[in-house]
Design a protein around this ligand. Structure first.
Ligand SMILES: O=c1ccn([C@@H]2O[C@H](COP(=O)(O)O)[C@@H](O)[C@H]2O)c(=O)[nH]1
Length: 274
């Protein structure tokens, strides 16, 4: 099985690095004229996947917007993930899971184990219980050619108090976490399979992250579009790590409505290319 980092690189080479978020917000369902239920969420996500064909190679369903509908929402999420993967998209399940190791392992089995109903190509994870608590997930990911993106410096301003605080190492929490993740990718030829999530809403150096360390570490970058950052600002936000960033856009595309999705995606791709 090819490692996730290499699979990610080949998808980026073929389709570019923009990632489309699949977030059926209640407000978007209303705007699209869809019911605020599991079938409405299904319709929005499937329409977005159709429009994404040939435009992006990576999609990121946000589980929370499906979980709102309980079992019916989960059934739809399973179908959305399967449909996207069968169509050749790389699917990053934005689930932000984390716990003591034995429980984290079960999260890994849910989202990354081959044959699991929710099998995705990568998942997002939270290291608040220590990066080591995610080791069972990381081991599982390596075993099956999957990826894990660890929240490091998030796009929401409320995160900064914790993430920018300086730990005993003399480094910020975010800076230390980025360093610890980067160490796990050190032997990769290109990108490793363990990524970080670093929001685009302020320069990453403000969080004490050394961009030089991220050469082999894929960076999932939310915060573009709706949250205010511009794809054209990629280099000023991420510095020398800009080449490792997978920028994600969601509401700034989905708010264009079903008929405007393709044009919105093309406009975002053009901004990124420029
Ligand atoms: O720091 C983070 C981590 C994750 N997200 C997620 O990304 C999308 C952003 O959606 P937009 O509509 O493009 O703002 C959403 O699913 C968040 O949960 C984030 O925004 N920031």
């Amino acid at each position: 099985m090819m490692p996730f980092g290499e699979r990610l690189q080949s998808v980026v080479d073929a389709h570019g690095r923009l990632c489309l978020g699949l977030d059926p917000h209640a407000s978007l369902l209303e705007q699209w004229g869809l019911a605020d239920d599991a079938q409405g969420a299904r319709s929005l996500a499937m329409t977005a996947i159709d429009a994404a064909h040939g435009r992006v190679g990576i999609v990121k369903p946000q589980a929370a917007f499906f979980e709102r509908f309980g079992a019916a929402g989960y059934a739809v999420l399973e179908e959305v993930i399967r449909t996207a993967r069968d169509a050749g998209f790389l699917v990053i399940a934005d689930v932000k899971r984390g716990d003591i190791g034995s429980t984290a392992a079960a999260y890994g089995e849910a989202w990354l184990a081959p044959g699991s109903p929710l099998e995705s190509d990568a998942m997002t994870a939270v290291a608040y219980q220590g990066l080591g608590s995610l080791d069972p997930v990381i081991d599982l990911a390596h075993q099956h050619g999957k990826g894990v993106f660890v929240l490091t410096a998030t796009s929401n301003p409320e995160g900064r108090g914790v993430q920018q605080s300086v730990s005993g190492s003399g480094r910020s929490v975010a800076g230390q976490l980025a360093r610890d993740v980067a160490v796990r990718n050190a032997s990769a030829r290109g990108w490793g399979s363990i990524g970080v999530v670093i929001g685009a809403t302020e320069p990453i150096t403000a969080s004490g992250i050394d961009p030089v360390l991220l050469q082999h570490t894929p960076v999932l970058g939310p915060g573009f579009g709706y949250q205010g950052s511009r794809l054209g600002d990629l280099a000023s936000v991420y510095g020398v790590a800009a080449g490792s960033v997978i920028p994600t856009v969601t509401r700034s595309v989905l708010s264009a409505g079903p008929d405007g999705l393709a044009a919105a995606l093309d406009a975002h791709r053009a901004e990124l290319a420029a």
